[in-house]
Ligand binder design. Structure first.
Ligand code: FE
Ligand code: FE
Ligand code: ZN
Length: 176
């Protein structure tokens, strides 16, 4: 693919985040089912609804650009989600697994925060004001999701830490 200018690079990156968001919509239900902390489950469920809206927002961006809404495989998101789903296969105590899922979800949020930040800078440079505003809304939502996860992690990490302590005394019996 030849990228002659910032406009072409912008479209290239819009296709990337469009695919990334759609991958997230597919991956979240499995994570929601796997976690046990109610606050975490709620936060992930809420972010699933938000992500569905973000996909629609990107469809609006394609329409404003007068381009077909077509993604281009985001290998970065594929890798992050693969790591997250392989974590679910581990044999882990519930709070430990939940702590891991929070970390995996925050890696996803940070990828998105970077992607939207870059896209907004490109859109501003290209004079796409309306598009920049749409992308700004999604960026804010990703930041909110990241912050919500950080808050929940305080309680989950503590619980995950306590599982280990409990195991210390009857270690021989429990470790089998
Ligand atoms: Fe998103
Ligand atoms: Fe990507
Ligand atoms: Zn997100």
């Amino acid at each position: 693919m030849s990228l002659a200018n910032l406009e072409e690079l912008f479209l290239h990156e819009i296709k990337d985040i469009f695919d990334a968001e759609k991958q997230i919509v597919k991956a979240l239900p499995k994570m929601i089912k796997a976690v046990e902390t109610p606050e975490l489950q709620n936060a992930l469920e809420e972010h699933l609804a938000v992500t569905e809206k973000q996909v629609e927002r990107l469809e609006e961006v394609f329409a404003l650009l007068e381009k077909p809404a077509r993604g281009k495989k985001c290998a970065g998101m594929e890798g992050l989600l693969k790591e997250g789903s392989s974590l679910l296969e581990e044999d882990a105590e519930a709070p430990v697994l939940d702590a891991g899922v929070i970390g995996a979800a925050q890696k996803v949020e940070h990828y998105e925060i970077c992607a939207y930040g870059t896209l907004i800078a490109f859109a501003q440079e290209l004079g796409y004001e309306e598009i920049a505003e749409l992308l700004e809304q999604s960026l804010e939502e990703e930041k909110e999701a990241d912050e919500a996860l950080s808050e929940i992690s305080a309680q989950v990490n503590k619980a995950a830490c306590a599982c280990e302590e409990e195991e210390e005394e009857p270690a021989a019996a429990k470790r089998k």
